[in-house]
Every structure is written in C-alpha cells, then in structure tokens.
Design a protein around this ligand. Sequence first.
Ligand code: FE2
Length: 265
Amino acid sequence: MNSLRFIHISDTHIAPIPDWESYGHNALDNAETIIEYLNTQLPFEPDFVLHTGDVAFNPEEKAYPVAQKVLSKLKYPVYYVRGNHDHPDFMRRYLDNLPEGEGNLDYDFWIRDFHFVVLDTFGFTATIGILEDAQLEWLASTLDGSAAESIILAVHHLPVITGVECLDERMMIKNHGALFDVVAPHRDRIRGMFFGHIHRQTQAIHRGIFCCSAAAVWFQLYNFPESGLEFIGDPYGDPGFNMVTVTHEHCVVSSYTVPKPSHAE
Ligand SMILES: [Fe+2]
C-alpha cells in the first residue's frame, strides 16, 4: 500500500529565555519532552514532522537559534508553517527545509508521490489570519498544475467555523470562504488540511475537506463555547501530537498527549 505517516506538532512558542512559561507550562521543557518521546517511544519511523506554526513565542530573531537547537534534535525531517508569532525571514535563516526567498512563506514539497502545500496565513492583526489574493492565485495554480493523486494542505490559522466565540471571532482565516472556493474543486484528492493556532486537538469537515489541528506543545486553550471572547488557558491539558497516516484513499489521525515535565508544575 502506498502510504506515508507523519507526526503533526504545533505551537511550541519557544522564547529566547529558557524559563518562559504560562499556566504552569514551560515552553522549552514541553518541547524537549515531546521531542524525547518522538525520538525514543515510536515503534515506527515517521516520514517527517509537520510543525504548523508558532515556532517562537514572539517573532524576535533571538528565539530562533534556541528553537532550532531544540527542534533539530528530532531524528526526522521537520517542515514548518509560519504562525502568527513567527517571522518568515528568521524562520528561513535558522530552521531546516524552508525555501529561500522573502515575504510570505508559501511553498510546496513532495514526499514520494504525496504533494504537500504550505500556506502562510499570517494576518494583519494579532490573531486573525488572511490569505492575500496573490497567495490564493498561487494556490489555485499549484493545485491545478499538480498531478498528485493525494494532496495535503497545511496552514496555521483556524480554517473552519467551530461555534466557539473566541476561536471564530479571533483565530480564523478571515477569508476562509475564498480559501475553500479554491480547494473544494480538488476535494477528491485532498486528504486533509492541517492547522495549529487554537492550542487544542480538533477535527472538522467543511465542504468535503477534512480539517485537523494538533494539541499545542506549549499549553492548551479551553475551546468551550459560551466562554466569551477571551482566550482561557487550560492548566490541566498536557502537550501532545498527532500521528497522521495518509494513503491515496484515506487519512487516519491518532492523538497523543505526553505528561508535562513534573519540575515545571
Ligand atoms: Fe500559538
């Protein structure tokens, strides 16, 4: 069976200072814990790791050598999406597997005959995402020109309405309708759209496209409805990752959490 298997992680939020934490979760400790788990506990070899953004806590250059030092410990190739807390130039300068260039970090890559398309949904405000017209045109031409039997999309911001106020009002891709107008005609060969940003493992289907986020490596957010527009951190949620298996017929996602390091409590 022609298949691939990758690990989906997101939202490491690594800062230049090693003791950066929130809600009792130390960002660096959690990243080290997840990486140690992935390097030592998996009874299989994933093809790669997909990081759907917010590599750094804030888009300052000093965070990226720290992030690279930790993330490069992974035994597997890592592909990155730009998050709203990331700077694309610093990502290109310090992280692996990113194309040269400047500005938005849109790119595609192939793993065997599976085609991955990465979009930079960085928004014009702090947490809302957007795709500019030129990006949507690039996406349309990339999809139209792809002979792949299976295509996987990766973004940072939330692409689907959830019914949770703080997510739908403050974390979505603002023009998500335009995004789906481009991708929906290809739904038969799009195996999934993977995202981060909402710091919670979530699955949804919209216009026939399977959408899936991973837990944050840092701390989780409450994604309960009727809790208002404020982001509320979850002191109980552990860091996690998704294992994703894709074939030319289906996509299977399993979610795992790893207890946060006890010394960070
Ligand atoms: Fe984040």
